[in-house]
Design a protein around this ligand. Structure first.
Ligand code: AP5
Length: 211
């Protein structure tokens, strides 16, 4: 089963992606996480991506499509995958559909997490993430330890106010059209109210998937 998670920055794609991955027994693939690891490792891909990410701009489609091509044709995703924030432009949606078609697969579900801008800004402004495993936290401070792996928590550079504003406008201009592209290609986009407690949001997503 291939599930695409759409939604603005801070909507909870990463949080819900982890929970759904555990529940469904398939991996979560987050291009943001893949890129942050590449930056930490100092790889060519990371060097290409860093300035775009720090500003809150999208990384060029060619870089993302290279990552998705590797991931979607690897044994790691043989049983399926949850694509977290991995499809953010129409060319990316087209590229993913083509890659999957070549290996006889398709996107099965698109979930759209919906949250008002004020709440998104509050969530991102208060977020820390583990610098080792990328788990996001609310209510913990930089320097605290990750509950999952003991790694150190840090603030993301793109969670500064200016980068947050840019990410929200990039979402509106470049990623929202992806919703129409999926609908136009006959796919039902499942809209999830992503406000309220984390487990309530998971329950809505599970119900929408019929899982
Ligand atoms: P990425 O890391 O994917 O960032 P994003 O899409 O901006 O999403 P976030 O990680 O900020 O938010 P989220 O929706 O995952 O929310 P989370 O669960 O963390 O991408 C970063 C950058 O990489 C991009 O800007 C771009 O440069 C590049 N990139 C990545 N993929 C790309 C692509 N395909 N094409 C081009 N460029 C790409 O939750 C947020 C906070 O809220 C957390 O603190 C969490 O604890 C909290 N929270 C979650 N749920 C709730 C709830 N129900 N109530 C209260 N708080 C909650």
């Amino acid at each position: 089963m291939i599930i695409v998670l759409l939604g603005p920055p801070g909507a909870g794609k990463g949080t819900q992606g982890d929970l759904l991955a555990t529940r469904l027994g398939i991996p979560k693939i987050a291009t943001g996480d893949v890129l942050r690891v590449a930056i930490k490792d100092g790889s060519k891909r990371g060097l290409e991506a860093k300035a775009f990410m720090d500003r809150g701009d999208l990384v060029p489609d060619a870089v993302i499509l290279g990552i998705l091509q590797d991931v979607m044709t690897s044994p790691q995703t043989a049983k399926g995958a949850i694509l977290d924030g991995a499809v953010r432009t129409v060319p990316q949606a087209e590229g993913v559909a083509r890659t999957l078609e070549e290996v006889g697969r398709k996107v099965d579900y698109v979930l759209l997490f919906d949250v008002e801008d004020d709440e998104l800004v509050a969530r991102l402004g208060g977020r820390t993430v583990c610098q080792e495993c990328q788990t996001p936290y609310m209510g913990k401070l930089p320097g605290d330890k990750c509950n999952k792996c003991g790694g150190r928590l840090v603030r993301r550079k793109d969670d500064e106010p200016e980068a947050i504003r840019n990410r929200l406008s990039v979402y509106r201009e470049q990623t929202k059209p992806v919703i129409g592209w999926y609908e136009g290609s006959g796919m039902k986009v499942l809209r999830i109210d992503a406000t309220g407690a984390v487990d309530e949001v998971t329950a809505r997503a599970v119900k929408a998937l019929g899982a």
